[in-house]
Write a protein that binds this ligand. Structure first.
Ligand SMILES: [Mg+2]
Length: 231
């Protein structure tokens, strides 16, 4: 059956979360004068934060922790790694981060061109994100890609995240799409690739961080423009 519906993950697939977060945190770090107060270098902090945040998001995906836990811990744990026990500072970071990250809206290289190409071929495009519903829609709007999508779904809406089949079911229902005519594209091997595949969709793995995973029936691309070879 011919593919008609394309579901995209948002963070790090289209919207460059890693870069936008880096720039946002750099601002807050500077404003809070962390370097002088705690003799801590931003690059060192950011490297640790990135690792901790990725781990916490994997735990959310796996149902081990909830969103509140992540929001309470990602900065606190990052500072604690450097022996800085400052809950107030961590809360300031958390509070400002979600607001301010929307000031940066860099897209992943090739995102616009790919969406334009797919829209030109009359595919029906959708977002299915595990991110917070407070920001998913606004990220699409502020980065200028909102109008490409017929539906924008945050797993948060039903509090069940990818890779669980219920959230795929929910998003496809919302889109009026059948799984046989749908493809999932994303950068998270478990949430996007294993989740989409076991639900019964075709999947394309965007290996943006060079994880080098592979599996049967999974197309792998390293750059967004390579997706044009499959659609
Ligand atoms: Mg992602």
């Amino acid at each position: 059956m011919k593919i008609q519906h394309i579901f995209f993950d948002l963070d790090n697939t289209l919207w460059d979360h890693r870069r936008n977060a880096y720039l946002t945190l750099k601002d807050i770090f500077k404003r809070q004068n962390v370097r002088d107060r705690y003799n801590l270098d931003f690059e060192d902090f950011h490297k640790e934060y990135f690792t901790i945040n990725e781990r916490l998001w994997a735990q959310i995906r796996d149902g081990e922790i909830d969103k509140d836990y992540l929001r309470e811990h990602r900065f606190y744990d990052s500072f604690m790694f450097f022996g800085i026990d400052d809950r107030e500072l961590a809360q300031i970071f958390e509070h400002n981060f979600l607001d301010e990250i929307l000031n940066y809206n860099d897209l992943v290289e090739g995102a616009f061109e790919l969406l334009e190409y797919l829209a030109g071929k009359n595919y029906r495009l959708h977002i299915l994100s595990n991110g917070f519903k407070e920001v998913t829609y606004r990220k699409c709007e502020l980065s200028g890609i909102k109008n490409y999508f017929e539906t924008i779904t945050s797993a948060d809406e039903i509090d069940i995240r990818k890779p669980h089949p219920q959230v795929y079911e929910y998003a496809l229902n919302k889109a009026g799409a059948k799984k046989e005519e749908s493809v999932m594209i994303g950068d998270d091997w478990i949430a996007d690739v294993e989740g989409g595949k076991s639900f019964g969709m075709k999947v394309i793995f965007f290996d943006v961080f060079n994880d080098n995973y592979e599996a049967e029936d999974v197309a792998v691309v390293k750059k967004l423009e390579e997706i044009k070879n499959y659609l």
